[in-house]
Write a protein that binds this ligand. Sequence first.
Ligand code: ADP
Ligand code: MG
Length: 284
Amino acid sequence: MESAPQTQSRSPRIIALMNQKGGVGKTTTTVNLGAALTLQRQRVLLIDLDPQAHMSLHVGINPDETEQTLYHLLTDDAVNASDLLHEVRDDLYALPAEVNLAGVDSELAQAAAAGQAQHILRDKVRPILSFGADGEPFDFVLIDCPPSLGLLTINGLALANEVFVPMQAHFLALQGLSKLLSTVNMVRQSLNPNLSVTGIVLGLHDGNTVLANEVMGDLAGFLEAARPMDVPWNRAEVLKPPVRRNIKLAECPSFGRTIFDYAPLCPGAQDYRALAQSVLAMKS
Ligand code: ADP
Ligand code: MG
């Protein structure tokens, strides 16, 4: 018997990398996990929601030389996601940010009051998910959120179906987590019933220090306690491996290169390769 032709398009995993703290590895993970996934034959779209535009620079897009960015996408009805879609590597695409994005929260505040500003990103990005740039659908969308819980992050969460929380296993790592999780909960209840926190990514990891082990123990206990609860993080796991602190990861953004272009054999590249395999193996 012949099998029926596949007419249904796959829907991508859409993951928001979110933590209102800065310097925890959101951008580094968005870029290098995304690039590692392309090495596993996945088609990946990266979205830069941070006005600092570090993600855009990291993949080699200069926001000053780019006509259309997320700022235009979110504030101009006539701009479509395909207008700002850049192919930055084989199978790796990006929607860039710029500094003006910082004004979007206040520009959209009135529309937000009317409940209309929270899904602009979702409505604008959905049309390119199943068709991509050249007719092929994306397998993954990774959203680099800004270090805040404002309207930009809410737009990211309205589009996403998963949240990864990058963090560092150090003093005060869990501080702020309850605020983050209650934001996810609020978005799940009001905008996006499909949203769950599925992964914690440990970055800038210093190995087996007493402190790191203690923090990881606290985190594991916190996640275990949530298993029987009806909360959006009840199936979250600490993804393996933790990404070790590796200077090459800090060097490559200024060259506009991913770790796989810059130092493909270094520990940072190894860790992101292994992380991509864990992400692909997750039951979603
Ligand atoms: P965020 O986006 O959360 O603010 P970044 O990804 O920009 O965090 O990381 C903060 C800083 O730490 C950056 O300078 C980045 O290059 C560096 N960095 C991130 N991860 C690592 C790592 N595993 N090893 C060394 N430096 C890292
Ligand atoms: Mg960042």
